[in-house]
Design a binder for this molecule. Structure first.
Ligand code: SAM
Length: 272
């Protein structure tokens, strides 16, 4: 891609737009945009030849077609590069989350996630706090479930710490994205399904659910049921104004830790 491009604007009477457009398309057919009283052509090559051809057409026709020309040289923006530069890697707890176009980092546990349709790039406060909690709470011997896995980032983090990992999500796009991210990171999960915690068959040392407060309340019984005695629940996605409601639903457990980041709360419970 060149650093600059040319933009030729031809302003003319509306009734001649089609006629001149046909002529232009015969000599140049890339990057042509039509308006009611103007035609704009963009190219990385100099467009003076199009302007000259139109001037000589005007003379040959000896008609009253009047055209004004503006030929400008403009800066070319590499939108892909600009977009990629806007997605920066992050460090959360023991983890370094980075997109493919960045290099991994030494001395941290690397997780490669490319932005996609599923939630979970690590940039949101809820995912970030969960990654911190995972850094502190997950042991290699743990069997965990990531309920509402999105991109699979939290399950991947647990897998990288040596845990046995199951994941689920009610959204099929998330399930697909989770599969792709495990493949991208050359890791394998132990189980993955479309659906929620009610379809889980086992009991887990740690249950992780970063879902909004109302859903956490709705599936509270299932989340508690699949947690082993003395196991932990890492609950996130809770807006501070909804925290009390979630605490009410999980009041029969022991609240071990509370993390607040921006207006998002993460609660870590232990089942008695
Ligand atoms: C905020 S995202 C979290 C994604 C990822 N775990 C993270 O921490 O970045 C919440 C995910 O939960 C899923 N979800 C919503 N309701 C659910 C439910 N009842 N059971 C399982 N997953 C659910 C959504 O489809 C979404 O992918």
């Amino acid at each position: 891609m060149k650093n600059r491009y040319y933009e030729l604007t031809i302003t003319l009477n509306e009734q001649y737009v089609d006629l001149i457009a046909d002529f232009i398309m015969n000599i140049y057919d890339e990057g042509v945009e039509f308006g009611t009283d103007r035609i704009i052509i963009r190219s990385e090559s100099d467009l003076t030849f199009v302007k000259d051809a139109l001037l000589s057409l005007q003379q040959d026709l000896e008609s009253d077609i009047h055209m004004d020309f503006t030929l400008k040289e403009k800066e070319n923006i590499d939108w892909i590069k600009t977009y990629q530069e806007s997605i920066q890697p992050i460090e959360a707890g023991k983890f370094y989350i980075f997109p493919s176009w960045h290099a991994p980092k030494e001395n941290l546990i690397n997780i490669r996630i490319d932005p996609a349709l599923a939630f979970g790039s690590g940039h949101h406060a809820t995912t970030f706090s969960c990654l911190e909690a995972i850094s502190d709470y997950i042991k290699p011997s743990d069997h965990i479930i990531d309920v509402g896995c999105g991109s699979g980032i939290l399950g991947l983090a647990c897998k990288k710490l040596g845990a046995t990992v199951e994941l689920c999500d009610t959204d099929p796009i998330s399930v697909q994205s989770c599969k792709e991210n495990f493949r991208l990171n050359e890791e394998s999960y132990d189980k993955l399904w479309e659906g929620s915690a009610d379809k889980a068959e086992g009991k887990y040392d740690v249950v992780i659910a970063n879902i909004i407060a109302d859903v956490l309340r709705f599936i509270a019984t299932d989340l508690k049921k699949v947690t082993k005695k003395d196991g932990f629940l890492i609950l996130s996605g809770i807006l501070d104004k909804k925290e009390k409601l979630v605490q009410d639903s999980f009041g029969d457990l022991v609240l071990e830790k509370r993390i607040l980041k921006d207006e998002w709360v993460t609660l870590i419970y232990r089942k008695k």
